[in-house]
Design a protein around this ligand. Structure first.
Ligand code: MLT
Length: 312
């Protein structure tokens, strides 16, 4: 039958590849999550979900790019806690995380781990506390830049312990981990996505997990909170965003594809290996993400203000 261009243009969504913007480097924790989900979502949507790594400035470049993209249902963003820290960290932010987006869904939570270089004298968290007290600002803590979750975890840890650690910025998660493995820094708090293999291999020391309860992927690993450290609990949560004004049909279909990906057995197995936990169904909604983002923005603002490290 004859199909006029106007009819073709209105072909059901999605009728071309969809871009999922990732604010961090290929091969990193956020990218791993995006690619695992994207592959499964492509099958449901019958269109490729293309991962586009737009790195820099703690994820704010990617978020700004998405906020200013055409709201046609073909651009989405996956971002973590950095969406909530940006307003307090960045003096000049050219988008508002709370108003410039449409919200699709929360996704998964990834625990973090406080780890040390292999030959750090403290063999557990108790000894580490004493070591921090005795060595003050001589102890170094790596992070992957302002806006990275390793930076956020470091700020929470410093405040909870009162330790006068020296923080050392790196260009990303990979370089920060390499510095720890090479013994150039003492400590790093980072996602299980990247730390698990080194913890299991014994190439770093594990001082504790940052979640409120022990995690399934490392049941023998104590939490920091059960070892007496309160106030530094953190999980890396992920949200999917779209430019404001994206058609509801696109938000609904992308969200539905995400929800099927989260229950896909192969995806579930991969997420399990990474230590990631799928969020409850009530969080897998636009309002679930929006509410949580607002809450986390409020939680981190005073932490960042007290730490006094800001970016332009
Ligand atoms: C990444 O994917 O590189 C990380 O999620 C960055 C970070 O530490 O926030």
């Amino acid at each position: 039958a004859f199909c006029s261009p106007a009819v073709l243009a209105q072909a059901a969504y999605p009728n071309k590849p969809i871009t999922l913007v990732v604010p961090f480097s290929a091969g990193g924790p956020t990218d791993l999550v995006a690619r695992t989900l994207g592959a499964a979502m492509s099958r449901t949507l019958n269109q490729p979900v293309l991962i586009e790594n737009k790195t820099g400035a703690g994820g704010t470049i990617a978020a700004n790019y998405t906020a200013k993209s055409k709201p046609d249902g073909y651009t989405f963003l996956i971002h973590h806690n950095g969406m909530a820290t940006a307003p307090a960290l960045y003096r000049k932010l050219s988008y508002n995380p709370l108003t410039d987006f449409d919200y699709v869904s929360q996704v998964i939570d990834v625990p973090m781990t406080l780890i040390g270089r292999k030959d750090l004298p403290a063999k557990d968290f108790n000894e580490l506390r004493a070591y921090l007290k005795a060595n003050g600002d001589k102890v170094t803590l790596a992070h992957a830049g302002l806006g990275a979750v390793s930076h956020l975890c470091g700020m929470l840890f410093r405040q909870a312990t009162g330790a006068n650690l020296t923080t050392v910025p790196y260009q990303g998660t990979g370089p920060a981990m390499n510095a720890l493995l090479g013994g150039q820094v003492d400590l790093l708090c980072d996602q299980t996505t990247s730390t698990t293999q080194y913890i299991k291999a014994g190439s770093v020391k594990l001082y504790g997990v940052t979640t409120t309860a022990r995690i399934k992927s490392m049941p023998d690993a104590p939490t920091l909170s059960e070892q007496g450290l309160k106030g530094s609990e953190i999980v890396v949560w992920h949200g999917i965003y779209a430019p404001k004004g994206t058609p509801k049909e696109a938000i609904d279909k992308f969200g539905a594809a995400l929800r099927s990906a989260l229950v896909d057995p192969a995806v579930a197995k991969r997420l399990d290996e990474l230590g990631a936990v799928v969020v409850t169904e009530s969080k897998q909604t636009p309002v679930g993400l929006q509410t949580w983002l607002a809450q986390e923005t409020t939680r981190y603002a005073p932490v960042i203000k007290a730490a006094g490290q800001f970016a332009d």
